[in-house]
Design a protein around this ligand. Sequence first.
Ligand SMILES: Nc1ncnc2c1ncn2[C@@H]1O[C@H](COP(=O)(O)OP(=O)(O)O)[C@@H](O)[C@H]1O
Ligand SMILES: [Mg+2]
Length: 305
Amino acid sequence: MEELNFLSEQGVDQRLVRSALAFRERYQVKEEAASRVRAPLMPFYGRDLLEMAMAAVLEGENLLLAGPKATGKNVLAENLAYIFGRPIYNVSFHVNTGSGELIGTDTFEGNEVKLRKGIIYNCAEMGGFGILDEINMARNDAVSVLHATLDYRRTIDVPGYDRIDLHPAARFIGTMNYGYAGTKELNEALVSRFLVIDMPAQTGDSLEFIFRKMFPEARKEAVHQFIGVFLDLQQKSMNSEITTKALDLRGLLAAMKIVRTGLTPWQAVRMGVVNKTFDVFEKQIVEDVVSTRIPRSWSREDVFQ
Ligand SMILES: Nc1ncnc2c1ncn2[C@@H]1O[C@H](COP(=O)(O)OP(=O)(O)O)[C@@H](O)[C@H]1O
Ligand SMILES: [Mg+2]
């Protein structure tokens, strides 16, 4: 199937690709959830990571993608849902995430008390892929309501209502940022319910690959400098000289796009990277990194042929 060509192009094991196609065949998506089946904004690049993740999904396992910012955790999660043809249910976890939002809450309809289904409930019913984004940011007691959902029981117990079984195609993919200062740990009981993929930090090579794929027409030398901006900032945040705010690969790639439209590289990188931090001192450091890589005199033609 053409949609999955990006897997074969990277040399992903054909058996896994065939199994993914069989999975799509076996589990049709219900009408109500069809709008949640979305092509990802960009393909995920990384054969080994794709193979590990696909194998886990095929075996019915839930996945935890753990690693530094901008390692493609969300891109991978979205790609997986698409590879298996499933609707996406995204939950961004924060300290106030509660069971009501996840499982459901009581509401009044007329004179009756009814369950307003939470996002995990809907995901379970529709056989969705639930993306539990930054799951480590939630309070432990809030996520403990998911224990039976995430382990072999594959159920949701809604107090005062029935217990429901997960649709056989339902999977959960957690993401968790760590690797820089201030990581909030995930508790052991929860981690034990996932297979964990350690997402490697970007390297010159992995970035080169992403930039080449996205901007095949860009000049090699300019791409080298854009990649350098990211690697320099990555180094500075690893050394705790700056936070991860400006370490924004999506922003840097967006900057490349607007350069292609005609904006000067310097302006574009300001919008995509420098302006992501609102601390004047940090901003100065980021600006210095950018200045050594992206000359103010550059125009579109210095980046694109
Ligand atoms: N392996 C990869 N393949 C494709 N794009 C990637 C990859 N790694 C990072 N990216 C790019 O980096 C950006 C940030 O990725 P994201 O998934 O949001 O990172 P994370 O969730 O790990 O912070 C994406 O917009 C994507 O363009
Ligand atoms: Mg993320």
